[in-house]
Design a protein around this ligand. Structure first.
Ligand code: NAD
Length: 467
């Protein structure tokens, strides 16, 4: 089997434990074997298992957050936020389950009737590296609450921290209910394509999601939920609070070093305020300087890999006109934590945020901290430019006018829209998931449990059960 060792993207001298890819067949067989019993387990008992898992994860939340920071380079403050979301998701999912799984009586038909939500069967959840626990966790919890056994296949780039999360989950459920497979594309495909798997939730890039959708098209009753990329715009109107807009856009470009599906990668500005706004945005972006992901003060961590740095460098090379020119961004000398001589600069995949003037292809995701800076002359043009992207995940509108905002809300083709907030502001209390190329099935947010069950309509003939 394939083996690998991840290095910390924020400090390449740190090598993590070796990981080995795992066999798929035993995981599927165990999930299938446990499926019937788990589906028949009363919701109250399933919830008790979920509560046990929540407590185990809460008890290790700092270690898991450090694990994310070390393995993916996500700044520790963000990683702690991710753990907070993981833990809160248990409460939200349990609340959703209690509502969604309740039997619904239907009056007005020829016979007494009701609709119940039946478990689907074993589900596979494939996760990306950028939220290595939170995104998989949301889908896993919804399936578990719905009565489906699950198999989690995390990103190989976050294998060690995902492995610890999976141990905590597995020991909270009866045997076979929570399965785990380490691996890459080969293992993921084998899991998703197996006919015993009745639902797949994939979060990752468009090419992989599209290939999965094609490969599964014959098995049309297998539920496929896709949470893919974004090419999200911030629209800055002439009446906006320009300081707030500049700060919010810099945040949305730079959080997780631009490696968020909901990152802002296009800035559309009313031409009348464009030059003044450009200067403010450049000032805000300059405040994002790279630092040690394990330092509480760090806001900008590294990119995930050398390949991502190469992609970033190629984007810099292929464009000539820059408002903010990026580059590699090794953090400065670090203070020694125990007070000794300063340590040498970190060796890692650090880059600086950059803003290019003009529009580039709206159909290609950036996934690095680079945004286009473009202008519009009226709202129709802003809408047309936003909607020129086949993605449809998030957009922000900066304006003081409610009328302007509602007009744009009617016309922008995005699933999550924000007024005077960053495009990255996506709390778990709301539905989340994209339109267009960004996906289907809304697995990323509130209410995903709707996609984890099969509706069954039941009618009772007259005196059916009378003796
Ligand atoms: P990726 O597509 O490279 O990998 C994601 C997962 O898919 C990994 O677990 C990987 O092992 C697995 N995989 C790889 N090949 C596969 C195949 N042929 N079949 C099935 N699974 C396969 O993505 P990534 O680089 O880990 O993450 C970044 C991408 O994820 C970006 O495009 C980003 O926009 C997207 N993303 C979307 C959301 C969202 O909510 N919409 C959230 C986070 C990330």
């Amino acid at each position: 089997m394939q083996r690998w060792r991840n290095r910390s993207p924020g400090d390449l001298s740190i090598e993590l434990d070796e990981v080995e890819a795992m066999l798929v067949e035993p995981a599927i067989a165990a999930a299938e074997k446990a499926a019937r019993e788990w589906a028949r387990t009363p919701l109250s008992e399933r919830i008790a298992c979920l509560r046990g898992a929540q407590a185990r994860i809460a008890a290790e939340k700092e270690a898991l957050a450090r694990g994310i920071a070390i393995e993916t380079g996500k700044p520790i403050s963000e990683a702690r936020g991710e753990l907070g979301a993981v833990i809160a998701k248990f409460d939200l999912t349990i609340e959703d389950a209690e509502q969604h799984l309740a039997r619904r009586e239907v009056a007005g038909g020829p016979h007494p009737a009701f609709v119940r939500q039946a478990a689907r069967g074993p589900a596979v959840v494939i996760a990306p590296f950028n939220f290595p626990l939170h995104l998989g966790n949301g889908a896993l919890l919804a399936h578990l609450a719905a009565g489906n056994t699950v198999i989690f296949k995390p990103s190989p780039l976050a294998a060690v921290v995902a492995g610890r999360y999976a141990e905590l989950m597995r020991e909270s459920f009866p045997p076979g209910v929570f399965g785990f497979v380490q691996g890459g594309a080969e293992e993921a495909q084998a899991l998703c394509l197996d006919s015993r798997i009745r639902a797949v939730c994939f979060t990752g890039s468009v090419p992989v999601g599209r290939a999965l959708a094609k490969a599964l098209s014959e098995d049309y009753s297998k539920e496929l939920a896709l949470e893919l990329g974004g090419r999200n715009a911030a629209i800055v109107c002439a009446d906006a609070d320009l300081e707030l807009a500049a700060r919010s856009i810099a945040d949305a470009m730079c959080l997780t070093c631009g490696q968020r599906c909901n990152a802002t990668s296009r800035v559309l500005v009313d031409a009348r305020v464009a030059e003044g706004f450009a200067a403010k945005l450049a000032d805000e972006v300059a405040k994002w300087t790279p630092g040690d992901p394990l330092d509480d003060a760090t806001k900008l961590g590294p990119l995930i890999s050398d390949a991502a740095v190469q992609r970033y460098a190629a984007l810099l090379d292929e464009h000539a006109d820059w408002l903010v020119k990026g580059g590699s961004g090794a953090p400065p000398l670090r203070a020694h934590r125990s007070g000794g001589a300063p340590l040498p600069p970190l060796r890692g995949h650090f880059v600086l945020p950059a803003v290019r003037r003009g529009a580039t292809r709206p159909d290609i995701e950036c996934f690095v901290p680079i945004a286009d800076f473009d202008t519009f002359t009226d709202l129709d043009e802003a809408v047309a430019k936003n909607n020129a992207s086949p993605f449809g995940l998030t957009a922000s509108v900066f304006t003081r006018s409610e009328e302007t905002f509602s007009q744009l809300a009617d016309e922008l083709r995005v699933s999550n829209l924000y007024a005077n907030l960053p495009t990255t502001f996506s709390p778990s209390t709301l539905p989340f998931g994209g339109w267009g190329l960004s996906g289907n099935g809304r697995p990323g947010g509130r209410g995903f449990i709707r996609f984890c069950t099969s509706e069954q309509a039941i009618q009772l003939g007259k005196d059916t059960f009378a003796r």
